[in-house]
Ligand binder design. Sequence first.
Ligand SMILES: Cc1cc2nc3c(=O)[nH]c(=O)nc-3n(C[C@H](O)[C@H](O)[C@H](O)COP(=O)(O)OP(=O)(O)OC[C@H]3O[C@@H](n4cnc5c(N)ncnc54)[C@H](O)[C@@H]3O)c2cc1C
Length: 383
Amino acid sequence: MPQIAVVGAGPAGCLAAKQLAAAGRDVTVIEEHQTAGRPAHCAGIVTAETIRMAGFRPDILGTVCAADVVFPDGRRISVERRNPIAYVIDRPALDCRLADQAAEYGAQFLYDERYISSVITPREVRVQTVRGILTADLLIGADGQCSRVAASLRDNAAREYLYGMQVDVLKEPADPYRMVLRLGRELAPGFFSWELPLGDRVRVGLCVTPQYGPPAPYLKKLLTQTGLNSSRVVARYVGKIPMGGRRITHGERTLLIGDAAGQVKPVSGGGLYPIFTAAPLLCRTIDRAYEMSDFSTTVLSLYDRAWKQALGKEFDRGWQLRKLFRRLDDRGLNRAGAMMDTPEIREILDTVDLDRPSDLAKPVLAQKGIKSKLLRLVVSARL
Ligand SMILES: Cc1cc2nc3c(=O)[nH]c(=O)nc-3n(C[C@H](O)[C@H](O)[C@H](O)COP(=O)(O)OP(=O)(O)OC[C@H]3O[C@@H](n4cnc5c(N)ncnc54)[C@H](O)[C@@H]3O)c2cc1C
């Protein structure tokens, strides 16, 4: 009997398995696909800090030193840096590398095995998979955006889901270090689109909120508008992002991590930095539970407290910003763009840390007259 059953061999499951196995725990990972990291859905944008936390250099496909934010009226606000703002990594390769490292520490991977349900008893958790039953002390739900483990904790849906789609097209980027983010209901209603430089390719994608329909027609429009529609598509990805967090991230003998826990940055939809932050906190809580031989919600709530202390401020502020952003139609976005387009605010935007984008809110709001203008904008926003 393994001590810990982990559902999902994405980055959250593989990283948790690696850290737990490295600490001497007996870990089994249950993954419904035949390998880790597939099917891919992520754009792969991470900061240098996330790479540092990974502890190894992932395969880097692109380096971003400049970012343009394009408003619906064509206004472009650019951030330029000497040092990279972000990197685009090979996400499937990252997941596989983490899985290999976990296996090297002794974690066992059951591929092609789907988690169905679990039953918690006073002595163990019984995990039902398509092939049989596995018993463990603890269950970790790292099964992504549609997590069944999270659903087993009841009334636990994410507050909002975004639908994403992207393609890699064979074309040299106009600027090999620049990413372009576009806002507006025409191209990416409810979120934004991205255009990332990947050497001899460009990765183009977007997310939309479901009320505006599926993302495919928007992507088609985006490819036409950016002149990339005649380039050969060499990869296609689809995926969902849970936004706004989940209410519950632990239960009796159960812990959640990654998308399963709703640990996604509300401004950018990025989930990798939160995973690298949460995994050591999850392992520390599990150590404590073993020390006390107690896998109850009382002890496991330490994890909840710890990850919310580390990430909660950014998540809460980011969610407030997201709610404001969603209220703005194209006219509102254009007016917000015009407000931001001053030398003083551009200077503030230049300092953006993609892991903590909401840190910009305070200095921006401290600019003379901005708070009242934004307030008027939000109040007058058409829904
Ligand atoms: C379009 C898009 C672009 C994104 N871009 C970025 C980005 O640039 N940067 C960033 O940081 N984040 C990005 N994200 C978010 C990021 O991809 C996720 O936060 C991250 O993948 C979450 O990892 P995870 O391990 O929690 O879940 P996942 O990566 O979804 O892994 C979950 C695993 O669980 C398995 N699984 C699910 N159900 C079961 C079951 N019942 N039984 C067995 N196995 C199961 C799945 O097969 C999968 O392997 C993006 C997401 C999308 C959709």
